[in-house]
Design a protein around this ligand. Structure first.
Ligand SMILES: Cc1cc2nc3c(=O)[nH]c(=O)nc-3n(C[C@H](O)[C@H](O)[C@H](O)COP(=O)(O)O)c2cc1C
Length: 149
């Protein structure tokens, strides 16, 4: 199975989650983890599973991630299992803006992807982080419970 994790990050927290997700697959699955601005379009071919993650900025993915998602050709993810994650603040008031992961998942479905796990959010303690205690472990167990059977 070829799996790909694409992420964006400003302060490094989402990158840590993405790398942890990648590591949780190995050695069982062939997986690559790549930052969205370093992606080679060839990496999107022959995929079985695509997971995309972004920090939440104003309730949405980062502008770079939004542009990437927007330019993906229609139906490019036909036959590909997909899911999404974000990093987000714990403060309750930010919920009014929504979160990045759900929006990423909606786009991946529109591009033909088969959503196999609900979008997931991982918490940071402040705008620049760090991640809340236990979030890396939760990311690893998200993989083991939702994607590895
Ligand atoms: C411009 C900006 C807007 C943000 N908006 C939100 C938001 O709407 N909701 C939220 O939960 N966190 C928000 N945050 C906090 C981010 O969730 C946090 O910076 C991110 O999880 C850190 O991930 P990173 O280290 O990968 O950049 C915002 C951060 C920035 C810089």
């Amino acid at each position: 199975m070829k799996a790909l994790v694409i992420y964006d990050t400003l302060y490094g927290n989402t990158e840590q989650i993405a790398q942890t997700i990648g590591s949780a697959f190995s050695p069982l699955k062939e997986v690559e983890v790549v930052r969205v601005n370093k992606l080679n379009p060839k990496q999107l071919t022959g995929l079985k599973l695509l997971i995309i993650g972004s920090p939440t900025h104003g309730g949405r993915p980062t502008p770079v991630m939004q542009s990437f998602l927007k330019q993906l050709p229609d139906s490019i993810l036909k036959g590909v299992n997909v899911s999404a994650f974000d990093t987000r603040l714990t403060a309750r008031w930010v919920a009014i803006f929504g979160y990045a992961a759900g929006r990423i998942a909606e786009t991946l479905k529109k591009k033909g992807g088969n959503l196999i796990a609900s979008p997931e959010g991982f918490f940071v303690k402040g705008k620049k982080g760090p991640l809340k205690d236990g979030e890396l472990e939760r990311a690893a167990s998200w993989v083991k419970t939702k994607f590895i059977s």
